[in-house]
Design a protein around this ligand. Structure first.
Ligand code: SAH
Length: 227
């Protein structure tokens, strides 16, 4: 469970984190700003203590409400594809554990993040580590709707498998902006990088195969029970 009190981040965990970052480099992640942010964030804080020892393996893990924290390689790839710049306003769909949100916030940009599972939204509320980042604003809502009152966004990141490119999100992307979105069903998605030019023309590039939990329509107020 995510903790309301600080947990320990000792030399062992810091060492494992360095090794994880090195392994991501070897898997082709070259963006040192992303790697530095990932080295700064104790991923084990975001996991149930039962998985704490494996927190620095390149694996996804269950969090609450039958959701998962993405694999470090996936987090690094998506963050890199966003090509973040200082003063960017970024929208993330799928707060989940809040890990990816912290990686992005650690890079100094302003982050808005939406989660559709009330249980998960409330759960992250109590998590001390997120309070470190005044540049994260969290919302309970349906990511298909985006956040019209805060749009447009320089960058939009979808961290769940989308059945199609949500038109409202595309409309909330600034000219010159980038959207990173895994599209496809049954936990098999193609990562797309979508660029909108100054005239509003859209370009799509395929950036490899990934696996995500599905992007679902509507909010869910129900408690889905333990892991
Ligand atoms: N970024 C997260 C990954 C979580 S998994 C992390 O770092 O931990 C994807 C998340 O997307 C899940 O929490 C799921 O509930 C959420 N999700 C799925 N469909 C959504 C939607 N329409 N709007 C907002 N969140 C959604």
């Amino acid at each position: 469970m995510l903790h309301s009190k600080p947990r320990e981040d000792n030399y062992l965990q810091k060492g494992l984190r360095k090794q994880l970052v090195q392994s991501l480099r070897e898997k082709g992640i070259k963006d040192e700003r992303v790697l530095a942010a990932m080295e700064a964030i104790p991923r084990h804080f975001f996991l149930d203590p039962a998985f704490e020892r494996q927190a620095y393996e390149d694996r996804a893990f269950p969090i609450t409400a039958k959701q998962t924290i993405s694999m470090p390689y996936t987090v690094a790839s998506q963050t890199h594809l966003l090509a973040l710049k200082k003063y960017d306003k970024v929208l993330e769909i799928g707060t989940g554990s809040g890990y990816q949100a912290c990686v992005i916030a650690e890079m100094g940009v302003s982050l808005f993040t939406i989660e559709r599972q009330k249980e998960l939204y409330d759960y992250v509320e109590k998590f001390f580590f997120l309070k470190k980042y005044a540049n994260i604003r969290r919302f309970f809502g349906d990511g298909f709707e985006g956040l019209p009152s805060f749009a447009p966004f320089d960058k939009i990141l979808i961290t769940c498998g989308a059945p199609f490119i949500p038109p409202k999100l595309l409309a909330q992307l600034k000219p010159g902006g980038i959207m990173v979105i895994p599209v496809g069903e049954d936990e098999k998605q193609k990562m797309l990088r979508i660029t909108k030019d100054m005239e509003g023309n859209i370009t799509e590039e395929e950036m490899g195969d990934f696996s995500f939990v599905p992007m679902l329509q509507g909010k869910n107020n129900k408690n889905s029970g333990p892991l």
